[in-house]
Design a protein around this ligand. Structure first.
Ligand SMILES: NC(=O)c1ccc[n+]([C@@H]2O[C@H](COP(=O)([O-])OP(=O)(O)OC[C@H]3O[C@@H](n4cnc5c(N)ncnc54)[C@H](OP(=O)(O)O)[C@@H]3O)[C@@H](O)[C@H]2O)c1
Length: 252
């Protein structure tokens, strides 16, 4: 029996209203793809682009900091499209507040939105991923858990992304025998869309480019290109990895 084309799959992309998540959707936009695009608001452009390119697409609004939201999202995707093959856990934000000023509540908000939501997405999706012939999970981590330039410290974001990576690697081991791969992509400084949430102001982005060995910050599509590859058939033997797309920032 021949397999259906690799574009035929149900994919959930969180944080799809701008930046990296929207760029991932643009990469995945093709006939055969059935995509649930998630954010708290502002998904019209992403969904219109997906449909124009021949994909089936639905928007789903949810605040991932709320308990139960991630599981509802998985339920929506599975009910709408009859299953769930792939997840891109991308929704997130960076909190630049330093020790001494950042509160325990802010730590909890970052952990809930990024680490906890990933945990809940993966838990709810487990039976669907195991059933799928092209099961994939890609989580978007960050350089902030790996590189610590003095003017760019994000302690609670680093904690959330570090936890996310640990969850992803253990999930990768657990699901390997089912043929499901689980990987993290860790972007360096990446350009924000105008509707995105930027934690940096002033000339901080210019200085970030200067700090990056390649001399520029990434475009969202630089990250999306790797995500799309990891979701595809040629990446079937790559699992449990944290792959940096950071222009050499982690080299120091
Ligand atoms: N840009 C960078 O320099 C950089 C570097 C390293 C890692 N990253 C990571 O890459 C991912 C995407 O970042 P980006 O730069 O593309 O940011 P962005 O343009 O601001 O997009 C963030 C997305 O996440 C969603 N989101 C944020 N908080 C949410 C919540 N509580 N519930 C549901 N959705 C939520 C936003 O939805 P709404 O707009 O509806 O709120 C938006 O769709 C994040 O995980 C970030 O940590 C970014």
């Amino acid at each position: 029996m021949s397999e259906s084309p690799p574009t035929e799959r149900v994919i959930l992309v969180t944080g799809a209203s701008s930046g990296i998540g929207a760029a991932v959707c643009r990469r995945l936009a093709a006939p055969g793809a059935r995509i649930v695009a998630h954010a708290r608001s502002g998904l019209d452009e992403t969904v219109a682009h997906l449909r124009d390119a021949g994909a089936e697409a639905e928007a789903c609004l949810a605040d991932l900091a709320e308990p139960g939201a991630a599981a509802q999202l998985v339920g929506f995707a599975a009910e709408t499209f009859g299953g769930l093959d792939q997840i891109v856990s991308n929704a997130g934000f960076a909190d630049p507040t330093r020790f001494g000023e950042v509160s325990r509540g802010e730590l909890d908000r970052s952990l809930a939105t990024m680490t906890g939501a990933f945990f809940d997405l993966a838990t709810a999706a487990l039976p669907h991923l195991r059933k799928s012939r092209r099961g994939r999970v890609v989580a978007i981590s960050s350089f902030v858990a790996h590189a610590f330039p003095a003017d760019y410290l994000f302690p609670v974001t680093a904690a959330a992304k570090g936890g996310l990576e640990a969850l992803a690697r253990t999930l990768a081991r657990q699901l390997a025998a089912d043929g499901v791969t689980v990987n993290c992509v860790a972007p360096g400084f990446t350009r924000k869309d105008k509707q995105g949430h930027s934690s940096l102001g002033g000339d901080a982005w210019q200085r970030a480019a200067e700090l990056t060995p390649m001399g520029r910050i990434a475009d969202p599509d630089d990250i999306a290109a790797l995500v799309a590859f990891l979701l595809g058939p040629e990446a079937r033997h790559i699992t449990g990895q944290v792959i940096h797309v950071d222009g050499g920032l982690g080299l120091g």
